[in-house]
Design a protein. Structure first.
Length: 431
């Protein structure tokens, strides 16, 4: 069995390799192809990957390539974890937001829009290559903004099975179990199901069940106790009591925008600049000839449980396990009353036939209003990215709740397009 990783030079890749090694008995991988356009990074990351596999008994081999079609050819699964423009482009996104008084985060607001515009055409190229070279293969997208990119795949890559994944849901579940302390003793985390719904990085957690037992009252009560005891809590107690849910941490950009803008005012370093320093050290360590394990510093990169999310899902699909995983998929009517063609982040059943959204109650109006607002932005951004449509891009800025005022939208768009000119040729073609 062949798995292709597009963006294989990512510093996350050794964590992914470890996940495949841990599941070698149940997921009989024979070839792991790592593809990347950055040859130097790929050689360094690939070198560590090969040493890890040799140390693990060599159950499969690693092949390095810069050729997309060669990597994908005959693959059963294709994982995308690429970053168009590298970390330098992420830094530009962040400071684009800062200079216009907007949120510059890589998946939220203007930063997320810039990243999506650069990334969607490339991901669609990957999907196009899969049609001819790996028909029927499952595309598992980790590339941010994951939900928005998955929306583009469902609309513009027909016939290519695709889903978006993120480590936040699993990280949240593990944090909730840890918060239960002794009462969670003996619970197998793989059997625990998190009830969450929304868009990627815009979800609300509202339930936790283990072996049929509802743990949510304990989870919510414990969360409120911890908030009340903190001198500077991340959420207002009244907000959580009112919702009866725990928001995804990225919702702080919407609920506490002033706080996040104040943090941006203290840059440098921005998050991209912090990650650049982390990655420089990681790559130095990856290159150590005797190293056969990822260094502890990988956790600073922000990818906790990445290997678990990826390899557990692929194993559930390959082995027809019917497990529940949180993923980004077109819900197809699973949420009553919501447009059936929306891609949502929600619990799904994963079996040999695919990834299927499970029936879910809709969110209350206090959440749905914001979600619908952001979904309108996502749909417009997809159209802008696919067609190089400046009007759609302008309207996306108007639609986003964290976007500029109407009298500033054109200036922001002009700045975004100029800063990303080399990555967005479709917006500069003469029509």
């Amino acid at each position: 069995m062949k798995v292709a990783v597009i963006g294989g030079g990512s510093t996350y890749t050794p964590e992914l390799v470890r996940g495949f090694l841990e599941r070698a008995a149940s997921f009989p991988l024979t070839e792991l192809w790592l593809m990347d356009v950055a040859a130097g990074r790929l050689a360094t990351v690939g070198g560590l990957a090969r040493r890890m596999i040799r140390a693990g008994g060599a159950p499969f081999r690693v092949v390095l390539t810069g050729d997309l079609f060669e990597a994908i050819d005959g693959a059963a699964y294709v994982i995308t974890q690429l970053r168009v423009g590298g970390m330098e482009a992420r830094r530009e996104d962040e400071y684009l937001g800062q200079r216009h008084g907007l949120i510059g985060q890589e998946t939220t607001g203007i930063g997320g829009m810039a990243k999506a515009l650069r990334t969607i055409p490339v991901i669609l190229e990957v999907a196009g290559a899969m049609r001819g070279h790996a028909p029927g293969a499952l595309l598992v997208n980790f590339t941010n903004p994951s939900g928005l990119i998955t929306e583009a795949l469902w609309r513009y890559a027909p016939g290519v099975p695709a889903l978006g994944v993120c480590n936040v849901a699993l990280t949240t579940k593990m944090e909730m179990l840890a918060g239960l302390g002794g009462s969670a003793a003996g619970i197998d985390a793989e059997t625990v199901e998190l009830d969450t719904l929304g868009l990627n990085h815009l979800t609300w957690h509202r339930g936790l069940r283990a072996r049929g037992e509802d743990l949510w009252p304990q989870v919510l009560a414990g969360f409120l106790r911890r908030l009340a005891a903190e001198p500077e809590p991340e959420w207002g107690v009244r907000t959580i009591e009112s919702l009866g849910m725990i928001p995804n941490s990225y919702l702080q950009y919407y609920y506490y925008t002033h706080r996040k803008l104040a943090e941006q005012a203290h840059w440098p370093p921005s998050r991209a600049e912090e990650v650049m320093a982390v990655e420089e050290e990681l790559l130095r360590q990856y290159g150590e000839p005797d190293r056969v394990e990822p260094p502890p510093g990988l956790l600073k990169r922000g990818g906790a449980y990445y290997s678990t999310v990826a390899t557990q899902l692929l194993s559930a699909h390959y082995n027809n396990r019917g497990e529940t995983h949180v993923a980004n998929v077109r819900h197809g009517g699973a949420v009553r009353g919501w447009p059936a063609d929306w891609v949502l982040e929600m619990p799904c059943r994963v079996d040999g036939t695919g990834v299927h959204a499970l029936p879910a109650d809709p969110l209350p109006p206090v959440c749905f209003g914001l979600l619908a607002h952001v979904k309108a932005f996502e749909l417009l951004t997809v159209e802008a990215a696919v067609h190089g449509d400046r009007t759609a891009a302008y309207q996306a800025l108007l639609a986003h709740p964290l976007g500029p005022s109407a009298d500033r939208a054109q200036a922001v768009l002009d700045d975004l397009l100029e800063a990303n000119r080399r990555y967005l040729p479709g917006f500069w073609e003469v029509r």
